[in-house]
Design a protein around this ligand. Sequence first.
Ligand SMILES: NC(=O)c1ccc[n+]([C@@H]2O[C@H](COP(=O)([O-])OP(=O)(O)OC[C@H]3O[C@@H](n4cnc5c(N)ncnc54)[C@H](O)[C@@H]3O)[C@@H](O)[C@H]2O)c1
Length: 325
Amino acid sequence: MKKILITGAAGYIGSCLFFYLKNNFKVSVIDKKKNLNFSIINCDLLNLNRLNKILKKEKPEFIVHFAAQSLVDETINKRKYYQNNIVATNNLIKSMKKNKINNIIFSSTAALYKYKNKIISEKSEIKPISTYAKTKFECEKLIKKSKINSVILRFFNVCSSLKSKNKIVGELHNPETHLIPTLVYKNMKKKLVYIYGDNYKTRDGTCIRDYIHINDICSAVRKSINYLSKNKNKFEIINIGSSTKITNLEIIKNVEKLTKIKTKFKLVKRRKGDVAKLSCSINKARNKLNWNPTFSKIPRIIKDEISWIRHLDKLNIKRKFRNYL
Ligand SMILES: NC(=O)c1ccc[n+]([C@@H]2O[C@H](COP(=O)([O-])OP(=O)(O)OC[C@H]3O[C@@H](n4cnc5c(N)ncnc54)[C@H](O)[C@@H]3O)[C@@H](O)[C@H]2O)c1
């Protein structure tokens, strides 16, 4: 069995990936936080000595690097992004070199592209605006410079939950800022949601985005492991989205169809920085990784998000949302 180590494994994507991979790989998981579902090796990537000891002991062949200051919020101290993204990635590279580990898959973001209302390919112009996106771009550059065999996955809007046997794992950010969990939750709980902008040049005036089911994210990582196993000295940047184009109002209609509950929503003025249309070209992922998103149809995404919300309700886990949508 191949040995994999996931950083940031207490987080949303890392914990789902652990369940996705654990039957076919020997998976070690590290994070500075705990997780409710499984035990994690406690390690802050800022502590290089501890990281060196863990990598020496675990000796993974592949590292999936998901640890990050991932919330996009300009009120968060910039230092947190610098430390948990740039310094942490730099430490990881140093430790990988020291321990002769030569394969990395890194979770980057679509937020570093310059948005121009068109389909975004890996060749599209880069212009990170948020501190989050800027630091992610710096991490990509560090990995490139390291010459470690690498796949950089630029994720679009990751969402929904993963079911494996009798387990369900999903998104539990605090606060939750992402659109799908917010819309589904607020519909189910009959709470008011705001939609920012109804006069964009789209079918119904609301923004169009590209959503990708967590199951398809996990399969993209698995395909990236295969790719790195067969190739050496690579630095491949690959977009991971679904290339579906759906408006905010269409999502609301899809949610209502499944829950049979009317959404209370209010159309308010546009937010600064939002563009009308964002969607992803996945040709490179198809060609290089032989990957296809098979779970990312909107009804499936919403159905699995509903199951996750019901599961959290059963556990009586309260959630906090930012007034995003
Ligand atoms: N969720 C999305 O839609 C999305 C989109 C694009 C990119 N990404 C990227 O994918 C990755 C995973 O996203 P997520 O939604 O699971 O994020 P998340 O915030 O749920 O998880 C990140 C984890 O990293 C850990 N972490 C942060 N700093 C650390 C440090 N110094 N040492 C050890 N652990 C540390 C946190 O404790 C957390 O558990 C992130 O790198 C994020 O930037 C996510």
